[in-house]
Structures are given as C-alpha cells and as structure tokens.
Design a protein around this ligand. Structure first.
Ligand SMILES: Cc1ncc(C[n+]2csc(CCOP(=O)(O)OP(=O)(O)O)c2C)c(N)n1
Ligand SMILES: [Mg+2]
Length: 350
C-alpha cells in the first residue's frame, strides 16, 4: 500500500481524534448545546472507508458524523461552527451536530433519525442507476439501526434493482446502553444481508488498512455492476453514547481492552519507519546500499520529526476551527424561519 495513502490516513485519524476531543471540551464550556455524539475509537472506519471512495461518490451518514464530514474534506471550521450553531456552519447553523451537510462534497447528511440513512441512500442510488453513472452511495448506519423496518425495505429494493450502494454497518456493539445481543437475535450483522442476496463481509474496524482494502474491493464490484455490497465493520466507541451519557453500563475491563486496540495507536505503529538492520543491508550486498537508501528516501517513510510536525498541524487546524466558529454570528430569526417549509409560500401543511 502506498506510503502517501498511509500518511494521509494517519493524519486524518489524528485530526478526527483531536477534533472530537476539542468538541467535548467546547460542550463543557457551553459553546455547544443539545446532543453531541462523538467518534473516538471508531476513526479507522470513517477514514478507511472514505479514503477508498471517489470524490464522485455520495456519503449518507448518521448523527455520529463529524468525522465522516471531516474526512470527506468539509473544512474543520465549517463543522465546528455548525456544532456551535453559527451562521458560517456547513448547514448555516440551523442543523447542529446531527445535521451536517455539504452538497458540493456530496456529503448528504447527518440524520438524527435512526434508520433514516437507508431510504435516502436508496433514492440517491436509484437516481445514479437511472442515469447510468459510475458513481456509488456509501450508506453508514449503526448496529442498533438494523432492526428498523427501513433496513429491510431498502436492502430489498437495492438488491432487486441492482443499485450502486455500499452499506456500511459501524458495529460498535452498543445501541446507547443496550449491548447487541440484547436487541438482536442475529448478532453477526453481515448475515442479515444474505437474506437479500447482497454480498457481505465482516471487517476488523481497528485496522484502517483492512477497512480501506475491503472498501476498495467492494466499491470495485459495485462499479463493475454487481449491485449493492455490505460491510459489517467491527469497532468500539471509547466514550459514552453522547456527552449526556457517562457510559456506566459497560464494564471497565471491556473499555480498557478496546483502548489497548485503539485504531489511532495501531495506525501509528504501522506507519513508523522500519529501517533494515546492518545484517540485512550487508546481506543485500554493498552495491545495493545506495540503491536501497534512495528507494527508502523516495518511499517517504515517516520519521519521528515528521510525525511531531503532523500532530502540530492537526492541533493548529483544530484551534483555528474553534476561532472560526467563535467569530461567526448566530443566524438571524429571518434566516431561521426561511428554512421552514411553511414560510416558503402560501402552503398549508395540514
Ligand atoms: C427512529 C428512532 N428511534 C430511536 C431513536 C433514539 N436513538 C438515538 S441513537 C439510538 C441508538 C442507535 O444505535 P446505533 O445504531 O448502534 O448507533 P451508535 O450510536 O452506536 O453509533 C437510538 C435508539 C432515534 N433517534 N430514532
Ligand atoms: Mg452502535
């Protein structure tokens, strides 16, 4: 795998973690109101999947979507301003944490309703199929969302009409405080896709490289016309369900076990340089030493200095995002009302 892709994924994972931890802090300062669902521990899912996607693909996500938007390229300041409910946020400050949107980057939300992402994705994929475009829709949802009726309706239609959708289940084992075996008879989520003859597999969500590769091949199959694909990506959230949830229903040993497997740490270990030993170099032969060192230079392995620089860049961009959000005004009452359907014309809603 190309070192540049690895480095870029590492940077996005560090950015994701720093952004979310900063958002948690801003919530405690009263700068963010309402619900705030954070992503630490799950970074490898959004980063691996979205790095394998093309810019022309559409992304439909849940209420735990800040990192999906970040990795998709929505500027951190635009996301932070949206969390703050400010006018310069990516949804004009009217959506907040659960309703990020960026049409230009084909980031089609952010939805607060569990199970809402399936019909939205199915509709977009239907439009793509009608136009015979080479694009795909990536539909994210949680393990708790697979018992919604929309899951079955949408998977059936997607399979029947051969729609270009990649269904991505972020299986973090919990639906708020309810562990998966307490809400689902079938706890291996990928097996449900077989009922609709959708090819499905389970992926280790603690390993960003595995997530990237599984997504790349699934998207390739979609573009070849195989129809919808399904990935169940096993992951874990290190924080509570939302900032309002202390997460006390989970045994401490369980949380610690997953912290030890934290994808950001794992990724970091993967990308540290592995210089050959003196014996390995001499085994290759003297003439090859220059060749080898040049190759290593070109391969651009990350050095400790480069990693520190990367971390500093990430910290700076999060700080700038907070400043951007703080200087942005709140939307006016007129702007707030302009987004309501009933004020667009003379429509009577009921
Ligand atoms: C239709 C609907 N029912 C219930 C809720 C309340 N609710 C919010 S989050 C959530 C749990 C969803 O869990 P999961 O899909 O596993 O996602 P996770 O939070 O783990 O990412 C529920 C039941 C909702 N938002 N929408
Ligand atoms: Mg869950």
């Amino acid at each position: 795998m190309e070192r540049s892709v690895l480095k870029s994924m590492l940077k996005d994972m560090l950015l994701a973690r720093a952004f979310e931890e900063q958002a948690a802090y801003e919530y405690t300062q009263g700068n963010i109101a309402g619900f705030l669902h954070l992503y630490p521990g799950e970074e490898a899912v959004a980063v691996g999947v979205l790095h394998a996607a093309e810019p022309g693909d559409y992304i439909v996500s849940t209420y735990r979507e800040h990192v999906h938007a970040l990795v998709r390229g929505v500027p951190p300041g635009k996301i932070m301003a949206e969390l703050f409910g400010r006018k310069d946020g990516c949804s004009g400050g009217l959506g907040g944490s659960m309703h990020l949107f960026d049409k230009q980057r084909r980031f089609m939300g952010g939805y607060g309703i569990v199970g809402e992402t399936y019909p939205v994705s199915t509709g977009i994929a239907y439009a793509i199929a009608m136009r015979e475009l080479p694009e795909a829709v990536i539909c994210f949802f949680g393990d708790g969302a697979v018992n919604q009726g929309t899951f079955h309706e949408s998977l059936n239609m997607a399979a029947l009409w051969n729609l270009p959708i990649l269904f991505v289940c972020e299986n973090n084992r919990y639906q708020i405080g309810t562990e998966i075996h307490r809400h689902s008879k079938v706890t291996e989520v990928y097996k449900r896709a077989c009922a609709y003859k959708i090819p499905a597999e389970q992926v280790n969500g603690m390993d960003v490289i595995e997530v990237y590769k599984a997504t790349q091949s699934a998207l390739l199959r979609i573009r070849e016309g195989t129809g919808p694909q399904f990935l169940e990506i096993e992951t874990y959230r290190l924080r509570g369900h939302s900032m309002a949830d202390p997460g006390s229903y989970r045994p401490k040993v369980e949380v610690q076990a997953f912290k030890d497997e934290d994808p950001v740490t794992v990724m970091l270990q993967e990308s540290l340089p592995e210089y050959p030993s003196a014996e390995q170099i001499s085994a290759i032969g003297k003439d090859n030493i220059e060749h080898l060192s040049e190759h290593m230079h070109q391969a651009d392995l990350i050095s400790p200095e480069e990693f520190l620089r990367m971390k500093q860049q990430v910290a700076d961009s999060v700080e700038q995002a907070v400043q951007y959000a703080l200087q942005s005004p709140e939307p006016s009452m007129e702007e707030a009302f302009s987004a309501l359907n009933c004020n667009r014309g003379q429509e009577v809603l009921i």
